[in-house]
Each structure stands twice: as C-alpha cells, then as structure tokens.
Design a binder for this molecule. Structure first.
Ligand code: C5P
Length: 221
C-alpha cells in the first residue's frame, strides 16, 4: 500500500452491474461497465486506503492492489458489503438491479412447453440505503451515485434524503451523453449543503477528484 492521506483508512467500493438469473443460463443485467467504480477504487488505493472492492460482472478488470470480492446478484453484493465492515467510507458505484426474478427456474426454460414464460419480480435490498441507515458502525462517509436521464440534480437531492447518505454523485446517463460505457463522465456532487457541477472529464479524473474530496472530508486530506 502506498503512503498517503488515506493510509490506515478502509474504503468499501461497489461497482459494476448485477446479474439477476431467470434460469441457469439467462439473466437480467444492465449497461454498467464498472469503469467509474474501478477508477474510484484505484484512486482511493493511490491515496493509501485499504480498499474492499465488491464488483458485479463488469466489463473492465478490477484494479490491482485492492481486495476483490466478485459477486453476481444484488443479494450477494449486499452480503459481501455487510461482511466488509467496519469501514471509514463506502462508495456505492454499482448499478444494482432494483428487482430480481422471484420465480427463476431451476432448469433451463424450454420453448413450446406451456406458452410464454411470465416473470414475477421481487425487490432487491437497497445496499446503499441499508448502510447509510446503519445504527451502529456506519461508515463516517457514505457516498451514492444517481444515474438519471432527466432532472439530474433534483432527483439526486431527493435520493440523498431518501437513502440517508452523505453525498450523491449524480450524472446524466442519457444515451446521447455517451457516459454509460464511455471514457468520460460529467457529474454533480450533491451534499447536504449544496451542489458542485464538475466539468466533463475522464472517469479517472472524476475518481481522483472524488478521492481527494473524501480524504478532505475524513480530515486526512
Ligand atoms: O435508487 P437508485 O438505484 O437510483 O440509486 C442509485 C444508488 O444506490 C447507487 O449508489 C447504487 O449503487 C445504490 N443502490 C444500491 N442497491 C440497490 C440499488 C441502488 O446500493 N438495490
């Protein structure tokens, strides 16, 4: 581990999509590449933090020098996060599926046997909200993300209140922005006291800026 302002601190970072099985060979997923989460984990590591990186099946590899837990479903991600406490900061960059298939089939579903399949959904645990509302051992700083396609800042403010986290990093993931799956991000940092609009920059740059804000907030920057 490098020596830096976050030396001796533990960070949990979630990243990537989750996969929610329909049957043993099919799943529901989303377009998250895991690039922003991996960059944040690397940036926290570079400031000296010990990083637990909990990742769904992402398109980009996890960074070197972090403790990686690979998961598939939202529920597995929730368990891995629960097992990682205590932490000084938790950053929830994963694009967690809001719903899982409640009636996932144990065997591969077959065509032409009894009509079209009907999927029933159940709500997944909200990992960010559950950590933000921990009554004991809550990380000092809990950071969520909000990927929106409209009214980005207004939705982020509402999310901050609803989830009980300290910061929301909000971005516009409308297809025309090219942000989801792309190399750059344009974010707004929403806190209890205000909003900062950061210019469009490389995801690595967003990550470094966020990591140094985290170090400053923890009183170590
Ligand atoms: O509610 P929404 O999915 O828009 O919130 C996004 C934020 O909440 C992200 O930080 C994401 O990682 C987190 N989240 C979570 N568990 C869920 C859903 C979202 O941790 N089940």
């Amino acid at each position: 581990l490098g020596d830096g302002p976050l030396t001796g601190r533990h960070a949990i970072v979630t990243s990537g999509p989750t996969h929610e099985p329909i049957d043993p060979v099919r799943y529901i997923a989303n377009r998250s590449s895991g690039a922003q989460g991996a960059a944040i984990a690397a940036a926290l590591r570079d400031l000296g933090a010990r990083v637990t990186f909990v990742t769904g099946p992402a398109a980009v590899p996890p960074p070197e020098g972090v403790a990686v837990t690979r998961v598939e479903t939202a529920r597995e991600m929730a368990e891995a996060v629960a097992a990682a406490h205590p932490a000084d900061v938790a950053v929830f960059a994963a694009a967690v599926a809001d719903w899982r298939v409640e009636n996932a089939a144990a065997e591969k579903m077959k065509k032409g046997t009894g009509g079209l399949p009907v999927l029933a959904f159940a709500e997944n645990p909200d990992i960010l909200a559950d950590v933000a509302k921990m009554s004991e051992g809550r990380p000092a700083l809990v950071v969520g993300f909000a990927a929106e396609t409209e009214d980005v800042v207004a939705h982020a403010r509402a999310k901050l209140d609803r989830k009980g986290c300290d910061w929301i990093v909000a971005n516009d993931v409308s297809p025309e922005t090219g942000i989801m799956g792309g190399a750059e991000n344009a974010v707004h940092l929403v806190t209890a006291t205000g909003v900062e609009d950061w210019p469009r920059m490389a995801k690595g740059e967003v990550a470094r800026r966020l990591a140094s804000r985290i170090a400053a907030e923890l009183g170590t920057g």
